[in-house]
Design a protein around this ligand. Sequence first.
Ligand SMILES: Nc1nc2c(ncn2[C@@H]2O[C@H](COP(=O)(O)OP(=O)(O)OP(=O)(O)O)[C@@H](O)[C@H]2O)c(=O)[nH]1
Ligand SMILES: [Mg+2]
Length: 237
Amino acid sequence: MQAVMASDASKLRLRVTPNTLPCQNDDRVNDNANVSMGYDETTIHKTILVGDSGVGKTSLLVQFDQGKFQAGSFSATVGIGFTNKVVDVEGTKVKLQIWDTAGQERFRSITRAYYRDANALLLLYDVSNKASFDNIRAWLGEINEYAQEDVVIMLLGNKADMTSERVIRTEDGERLANEYNVAFMETSAKTGMNVDLAFMAVAKDLKMKKTRKPTDPKFSVTDYVNQEKQSVGCCSS
Ligand SMILES: Nc1nc2c(ncn2[C@@H]2O[C@H](COP(=O)(O)OP(=O)(O)OP(=O)(O)O)[C@@H](O)[C@H]2O)c(=O)[nH]1
Ligand SMILES: [Mg+2]
């Protein structure tokens, strides 16, 4: 994904017309084709990546979108931009419009403006950077203030591959997530560990929110990620 200047964000938003989305032409032939088990597959879920500068938001999105990691010099995102992705949740297409925000303080007011209509937020810290973890409480405060009440929130401790530089233990992340009642896992944009799972879990939760009947058992995204996630040193990815 290309980083874009803040002033271009509104132009980019205009490009999100139905014609730019996969499957649209076929869907027009038959309205029912858009509906899978009561879920409207044309629904676009706005998902935002937030967290301090340098925690790996852009890298996580690039890994999810293109399956690659660009090591080397860090180039901070300027402004905000998005990538459309379709996630297959048990045969249903869930469309995520993933916004990559700039973590630098000077872009904070722009980022805030995007919280309001977000359906999901992936909040990242860097396990090798204590300040980025300490700032999570402030981020959650912001989210609480500006985002919708039913927004899906996932806390991600990124750079889990950096074992010797790690300063935040897995259990510290877990404890914080429990305190705020949000789902949590550690990820690595470098190795790809849990990257697909993070977006899959968000897509699954968003889909469940739209289709769950009052009599259905409640879907717990926390239980789902605890069941599916990999731990550092667990598996090759
Ligand atoms: N080892 C390792 N390095 C990572 C990982 N994720 C990101 N990095 C590196 O960390 C630096 C910052 O990553 P970015 O993805 O640009 O960070 P960002 O959160 O988008 O930063 P801003 O755009 O300023 O908000 C880059 O040098 C990346 O290569 C990871 O999982 N593991
Ligand atoms: Mg970035």
